[in-house]
Design a protein around this ligand. Structure first.
Ligand code: BGC
Length: 269
């Protein structure tokens, strides 16, 4: 059996850069029709470039601007996708950001922005996706499941992260959002899982890899001794969106080169 997502419609939030771009390209390569979501005017050109590359490689889809924390914009993204492509089969809740600060200096704005995009955005998009999955029902010509949601969480849903309390709290929230949805909609054959990336080489963590020293420090935390690439996450997203993973739901899968198994203990305590 070959992995194919042919004719399945996938919305990937935050797909104009980083991990989201990697996932959009991987899903498109597997045959999915992709909605390359981006958040604002500033990211429009990047999103167009991602779609252009996808089309040049034989894929298809559209770009859609939407701030995932805004309910009306999320509704508009789903209704436009459904009117253009007929339905939504796969949601990848990827849009996320960091607003790092020492806890005593963290502003309400830093807190709210991270919670709004990383957690409320995942709630709003998952809600619209599940409504559409239930409306459509199972279409066995495409998949044995009624729909698939992939939340992009982080190793920081289990590893506490000093200096990034808002971010870690949002990812802890994503963990139970995902698990509760998997529980609530399992009987309807909707699969809900999380990918938990470790250090993936993207703009969000540029400080952690841009200099030789920073990279050396980072690699001390990664048993597999290399930084991850967006494609590492994209490959797993393809698997989780496909029927190859049909018995997997409610799972957090770590793509982290072993970071979560705490390499700092590998040379003794
Ligand atoms: C963060 C990155 C960080 C990685 C590992 C991710 O969730 O967004 O900034 O490098 O976790 O700590």
């Amino acid at each position: 059996m070959e992995i194919s997502l042919k004719n399945q419609v996938a919305i990937i939030t935050g797909a104009s850069s980083g991990i989201g771009t990697g996932i959009a390209k991987s899903l498109a390569k597997a045959g999915a029709i992709v909605v390359v979501n981006h958040s604002s005017e500033h990211s429009k050109d990047e999103a167009e470039a991602v779609l252009h590359e996808i089309k040049q490689n034989g894929g298809s889809g559209m770009v859609f601007q939407c701030d995932v924390s805004d309910e009306n914009q999320v509704l508009a993204m789903f209704s436009e996708t459904i009117s253009k492509f007929g339905t939504v089969d796969i949601l990848v809740n990827n849009a996320g950001l960091q607003k790092d600060a020492k806890f005593t200096e963290m502003t309400v704005k830093d807190w709210d922005t991270v919670m709004d995009i990383n957690l409320k955005g995942q709630f709003l998009c998952a809600r619209e996706a599940i409504k559409e999955f239930l409306r459509r029902g199972i279409d066995t010509s495409k998949s044995v499941a009624c729909g698939k949601i992939i939340h992009i969480s982080s190793v920081h849903e289990v590893i506490p992260w000093a200096g990034h309390v808002n971010y870690a709290a949002s990812k802890g929230g994503v963990k139970l959002l995902m698990q509760s949805l998997a529980q609530e909609y399992g009987a309807q054959k909707i699969r809900v899982n999380s990918i938990c990336p470790g250090a993936i080489q993207t703009p969000i963590n540029e400080e952690a890899w841009e200099t030789k020293e920073a990279m050396e420090d980072l690699l001390k935390l990664i048993p597999y001794d290399r930084i991850g690439q967006p494609e590492d996450v994209g490959n797993l997203a393809v698997f989780l969106a496909s029927d190859f993973s049909d018995y997997i739901t409610g799972a957090s899968i770590f793509v982290d080169g072993g970071m979560t198994v705490l390499e700092s203990f590998s040379r003794g305590g």
